[in-house]
Design a protein around this ligand. Structure first.
Ligand code: FAD
Length: 447
């Protein structure tokens, strides 16, 4: 493309988490950055109901913030969660630390506050402009000409480079689908999600705020993350349709009865349960895969727009932030040659985003089922003992994903190697025990 090294103006379509961070990074490189966001300015308007209110930020996301000195301001309101608190149907909740030393934590943070902090940082820079109430409806990938719907009618703009950070249902991706050879696949999960609230009780947290709470129930699962106002936001995951599903509960009595059976401790913790259940929307979840992520050295996709994943590893935003760091690094290496940078970005990120997409699906099974089993809990203890015995040599998958910046694809490979070793070790133990048993048997029978 003609944009090449001469690109000066970059349009960032979608001022969500990835878009506002990307604007900060690109502005630091000297670009004139214009952000276009479908919604009104979230710093003045009211927030939409039912988009995840809080999220878990871990090392990858923090690393991206640290590089531009935003970690302190963003982390001021974060609440560290050092492990999982598992709520069984009956009996007391049990705590499972995330790391072998019990100290490392993922951070519960308000999505709105994070987005506002990033927007604030971006728009404070002289070379960043943000246009809200601008929904992209058209894009010519060859020329960088864009069309938007605004409350005042249609608007047009043009940029040397256009980056789509417009999320799961990306309109930029839609335009590449219509005008270029891009192909996509959307794998929707049978499960959707609904948010419920556990308010503060007598001004205090109603549960331990130092943990991510999980109610693993097999067919369904609920989680809760703490908020700075001492409430918790719960997310209930359940199939959207069918008999054992969101759609199966419609009356207040049915809702109360279901929770009393499946989530009995929540009844008392969530006084607005019925109202939340009836009025909060059910969100869909899924994995987006598409290729290529770029066209004509001029248009690119980043974050959820390129590779949305299911939320069960708490990595979507972390991964999107990691995208920003990688693109910035590649622009450094290529001397800001977008013709080379956009394909290189995809070449480096694709295997990693595919790995986290897969690990996120696998973690759903772990969270909704396995965490409740005594065998799993014993395995976790063995794993933490191994980590302590072999520091830096045996590291759990959770730790590598959440507390390191080791590329996701390498995490997957390393965990497979470790599992083979563990399997071999366990196999050796089984053989030894078998040999002993056979020996004892021969002795016992006198054979
Ligand atoms: P988004 O945050 O979706 O931002 C896209 C932006 O583009 C929005 O502002 C949108 O209004 C705008 N836009 C859309 N269309 C247009 C258009 N046509 N024109 C202009 N603008 C447009 N991630 C984690 O790291 N940790 C977690 O714990 C976590 N929990 C999650 C829980 C749930 C229930 C869900 C659904 C997701 C969770 N995620 C989590 C994932 C995380 O929310 C996403 O990965 C992250 O928001 C992606 O950022 P993004 O900027 O790419 O997309």
């Amino acid at each position: 493309g003609e944009s090449g090294t001469a690109a000066k103006n970059v349009a960032v379509v979608g001022a969500g988490l990835a878009g506002s961070l990307l604007a900060c990074y690109l502005a630091r490189r000297g670009y004139t950055v214009t952000m276009y966001e479908r919604r009104p300015d979230p710093r003045t308007g009211k927030v939409e109901r039912g988009r995840s209110i809080n999220l878990a930020l871990s090392e990858r996301g923090l690393d991206a913030l640290r590089r531009i000195d935003l970690d302190h301001s963003v982390m001021a309101d974060a609440l560290p969660m050092r492990g999982r608190m598992i709520h069984p149907v009956e009996g007391e909740p049990g705590f499972q630390p995330y790391s072998s030393d019990g100290e490392r934590a993922i951070n519960s943070i308000s999505r709105g506050a994070l987005n506002n902090a990033l927007l604030e940082a971006a728009t404070a820079l002289p070379n960043v402009t943000a246009h809200f109430d601008h929904r992209l409806t058209g894009l010519d990938p060859k020329t960088g000409e864009m069309r938007f719907d605004t409350p005042h009618g249609a608007a047009e703009a043009q940029a040397d480079v256009v980056i789509g950070t417009d999320g799961f249902s990306s309109a930029v991706r839609g335009q590449l689908l219509a005008h270029t050879g891009l192909t996509e696949s959307l794998d929707f999960l049978e499960h959707g999600y609904k948010e419920l609230t556990i308010p503060a009780r007598d001004g205090e947290f109603a549960m331990d705020p130092g943990a991510l709470h999980i109610w693993p129930r097999g067919a369904s699962m609920m989680i809760a993350l703490p908020n700075p106002d001492r409430s918790f936001t719960c997310t209930l995951f359940w199939p959207t349709g069918g008999t054992n599903a969101f759609a199966s509960l419609s009356s207040p009595a049915a809702i109360e009865k279901h929770f009393a059976q499946v989530y009995p401790d929540v009844i008392e913790l969530a006084p607005n349960l019925v109202d939340d259940y009836l009025h909060n929307p059910v969100g869909v979840l899924g994995t987006v895969r598409c290729s290529p992520w770029h066209a004509y050295g001029r248009v690119g996709l980043l974050g959820d727009a390129a590779h949305a994943i299911v939320p069960f590893y708490g990595q979507g935003a972390n991964c999107a932030f990691e995208d920003v760091v990688e693109l910035d690094r590649i622009l450094d290496e290529t001397g800001d040659d977008w013709d080379r940078a956009l394909p290189e970005f995809e070449a480096r990120r694709r295997a990693n985003t595919e790995a986290i997409a897969q690990m996120a699906l696998e973690n759903f099974v772990e969270m909704r089922d396995k965490v409740a089993s005594p065998v799993f809990q014993a395995q976790k203890k063995v794993e933490h003992a191994l980590e302590r015995a072999l520091p830096g040599r045996y590291v759990s998958r959770y730790e590598l994903v959440s507390f390191s910046t080791t590329p996701y694809a390498q995490v997957q490979q390393r965990v497979r190697r470790q599992q083979r070793l563990l399997g071999a070790a366990a196999g050796a133990v089984v053989l030894a025990v078998g040999a002993l048993a056979a020996f004892a048997f021969r002795k016992g029978t006198g054979a």
